[in-house]
Write a protein that binds this ligand. Sequence first.
Ligand SMILES: *Cc1c(COP(=O)(O)O)cnc(C)c1O
Length: 497
Amino acid sequence: MNYRSTRGNVKDALKSSDAVVQGLAPDGGLYVPVDFPKPTYDLENLIQLPYQKLAQTILQWFFNDYPAEQLADGTTKAYADQWDDDSIAPLSRQKAGFNYLELYHGPTLAFKDIALQMLPQLMTKAIKLNGVDRDIVILTATSGDTGTASMRGFSNVDGTQVIVFYPDGGVSPVQLKQMLGQPGQNLTAVAVKGNFDDAQTQVKQIFNDQAFNQRLIDNGYQFSSANSMNIGRLIPQVVYYFAAYGQLVEQDQIKLGDAINFTVPTGNFGDILAGWYAKKLGLPIKKLICASNENNVLTDFFTTGRYDRRRAFHLTSAPAMDILVSSNLERLLFDVYDEDAASVKDLMERLQNDGWYQITSAAKAKLDQEFAAGYAAQSQVAGEIKYVYETSGYLIDPHTAVGSFVARQYQKNSHDQTPMVIVSTASPYKFPETVYHALTGQDTQQQGLPAIKQLHDLVGGELTAGVKELFDHQPRKESVIAPDDMEDLIAEVLKLK
Ligand SMILES: *Cc1c(COP(=O)(O)O)cnc(C)c1O
């Protein structure tokens, strides 16, 4: 199984373990399989596997240069007792109508743990497989959850350094506490002036800066990315789509072979793209519904076929989705352009230079078959949190609420009554200020940990281990830099000569 760039040539393809270490292709494109796997499997047997075995099976389809016992070892370690639910991704059916696929039972309380508990396993094994004798520098721009989850996943992993950049003032108090409080010798998190896109753009430029990359190599280092552009992050996410399907069958909500819909709260387009890959592998999915907040560039894209990032940027209550350039969409474009890398390259250059592009009507027609899209404004997000709590006694976070609202709107407009799974991406306790305000109309007295206590006093119930752990660590001091200083900061942290 080889991987090639969405913008490049098949002849430059790498084996999967190399693509995992590289992260991003040198031409700025994203790695995709040269031949998308077409496994033969028995769906009934597959969905009965425990999560770890299911993950091992699916990962082996995509990463076949890893020996089976290494993937078995990796999935066993990634999905062990750092999760507070044995099924890893439990599905919760609620009176208000939907099934919520809870992906936040890992150590940092958001779905990014699913991938970022696995990625260090894939990366450290790849380094050994390929005899790399350099230290890997994980360079990441985060809108909040990737930072916390990668620091947690790579904490004190030998041969790795993690440097995380997050937008100054653009992450939640709990996320900030998690990033600054995560213990680990090899971890750095720094605030950057500007928004997430500014930080992400700069990180991409640093990745592509040849001179700087050479300097790293001369000092015994090599970059990699833990962003959702890394194929090693994307593929572990395919697993929970199958796990959700299995639970629906097990709960007798559907019969084997019935189609289902997923609504996915979307930012960088990694989560929903994994759903698309699940569908390409043959999982019976009818529609994937792309849910956005007020940064609704994707809603417009799926409606009109025109992607236009030239618009106001909104800071919302669902910060992990405050994104105007959704990097992983490039992998979907690659598919709907029949793997024509030159066209993808052209579209991405237009986006970079002009700020917008329009896809062909043929490509648009393909998207219409597979996807739907919608968005929720701030007041609708709050209203949905309240509505779901009042009708079902079930607490959802603002990102999940975006999905829940958009799913409701989709069903109303389309009359499509296919069973619906909402991908629930974060614990409500990761965003306690917003959830408390949505329920009561009042602000919490303080932000961060005291707000968690106040929300918990309001709704009761048992706090999960991951939430309790937030109270354990003392945060480091925050530092803030300008985007232009990011390279210098990396040099300083790594003590580059
Ligand atoms: C990252 C994240 C998202 C968006 O996922 P993408 O893969 O970037 O589309 C949604 N919700 C939460 C809580 C997240 O952390």
